[in-house]
Design a protein around this ligand. Sequence first.
Ligand code: Y43
Ligand code: MG
Length: 201
Amino acid sequence: MSTPSPKLLFATTNKGKLRELRQLVGDSVEVVSLADLPPVPEPEEDGDTFEANAVKKAVEYARATGLPALADDSGLCVDALDGQPGVLSARYAPGDDKARYEKLLSELSGVPDEKRTASFRCALALAWPDGRTHVEEGRCEGRIGYAPKGEHGFGYDPVFILLDSGRSLAELTAEEKSAISHRGAAFRKMKPKLLSLAARP
Ligand SMILES: O=c1nc[nH]c2c1ncn2[C@H]1C[C@H](O)[C@@H](COP(=O)(O)OP(=O)(O)OP(=O)(O)O)O1
Ligand SMILES: [Mg+2]
């Protein structure tokens, strides 16, 4: 028997997203990541919306690889900063995730609790190699804390505080995070499309 061919590409360079998407998909669809394939140039994320960037990434990766591709464009919209860093979250400060959330904390220094509200947004786009696309979005409400806490997750998770429990997203297990996260919400809407992919001959 020959090995079955891969059915879906997780089209992201972000290891944190990849880990969460793998767990969300489970074994319902056979997946590969970019690391399993010959190098593909990274699409330029020049859209004004999460949706536009997610579609662009999914379409370019699907065309380049010939595989159906699932791309994620996401970020943090902070009300006191008029929605910034938004689609520019990954480029908010040079360096690593810590440098970016520390910049955010310093931008918000002196801003009181009730004005520290924020939301994580995620657009997931599925693109077929022929150019067809399907998009779903999700969001997660919270507020920005005063200092990082928690060891799980990635990105801005240590400074994103949930409204009900007061815990940061980085204090949740992967399962707990996906149950309430922007990515989990978008994924659950996308899931029927992904399952239909698996069923294809
Ligand atoms: O659940 C999350 N928990 C914490 N932070 C998060 C989350 N979701 C997105 N984020 C942050 C990380 C990055 O600063 C930006 C995404 O930027 P974004 O361009 O979509 O991803 P990326 O460049 O890291 O990888 P790629 O474009 O290859 O998928 O928002
Ligand atoms: Mg990116």
